[in-house]
Design a protein around this ligand. Sequence first.
Ligand code: AMP
Ligand code: TRP
Length: 332
Amino acid sequence: MQKEIIFSGVQPTGEIHLGNYLGAISQFVENQEKFHCIYSIVDLHAITVWQDPNIIRSQIYSVLSVFLASGLSSEKNIIFNQSKVSQHSELAWILGCTARIGWLNRMTQFKDKAGKNRENASVGLYTYPILMAADILLYKSTHVPVGEDQKQHLELARDIAHKFNTDYKTEYFVMPEPLFNKSTRVMSLRDGTKKMSKSDESNYSRILMTDSNDEIKLKIKKAKTDSMNMPDDEKNLSDRPEINNLINIYSASMAIEKKEVINHFASKEISFFKNELTDVLIDIIEPIARETIKLLDDKNYLETILIDGANKAQVISNKSISEVYEIIGLRR
Ligand code: AMP
Ligand code: TRP
């Protein structure tokens, strides 16, 4: 039987928020017992949008610290930053010759991020999903835990793998399967139709994994809602995106069904629900925030983990890239 291998990546573009935690990192922690896991801090993805050279390193360390503080083990898993393993970029070039322009043109994340001024977006932002496919395929990953926003990129990785295998008459690349956290696309606390994101201007739109208890309390208190009481049925939620989001957050944080949350709080006042939600979030975030801040004090230790992870990743990726060169008739 084939070994199951997990790969996932998180960009060091800002501080890790609750959406990253519930959508991705909490799954990473669960998976470490069941699979061989490779988790990368994808700094080459981050620079598709300009990053300040003076702060990108500290952002890599802060993602790593949240990983470790959330319970990811650097012994059980391979954890490294992408730019330390040059095979990712090498494979991205080769796969860029397999991917079709028409496929990239369909990527909605590019359209969202490039906005109206598409001519002025970086070429890297456009080809970004090819680098993501390279990340995944380089390790013959069988499963990719990501938030639901990455679904289209994962389908592209499968399309690229399939076309490469067909073009070169091989079965070399493995088709990766997404692993979505059932419940979760965490939305902004200011606008229930927009995803919670590192780049939103408003600090009140997101809860950080390093927020203090008071900050969490304040952000939930200020979270946009409406003036009605809590719903008593899921059907009544369709026009209430903000309450729907808070219920989803509660359900994902407690790992209980949404229906159960709705029944529990049915017709209660929103302020009552918000207080309970605050307590639930503090229970999760407080220990992670404390440990993250402690870890950030020891950059040498963090760097050692990244170097060790990169060394392990290179053993696998070196072999893969040589095999790929062989398949396409070149030699490394
Ligand atoms: P990023 O911040 O874009 O590097 O995302 C890192 C991981 O967190 C990816 O797996 C995303 O799918 C996931 N993620 C980011 N934002 C959210 C969100 N608002 N809700 C759920 N998952 C998210
Ligand atoms: N594109 C992902 C995001 O923005 C990050 C990422 C890069 C990734 N490479 C990956 C996720 C490989 C999973 C697998 O969230």
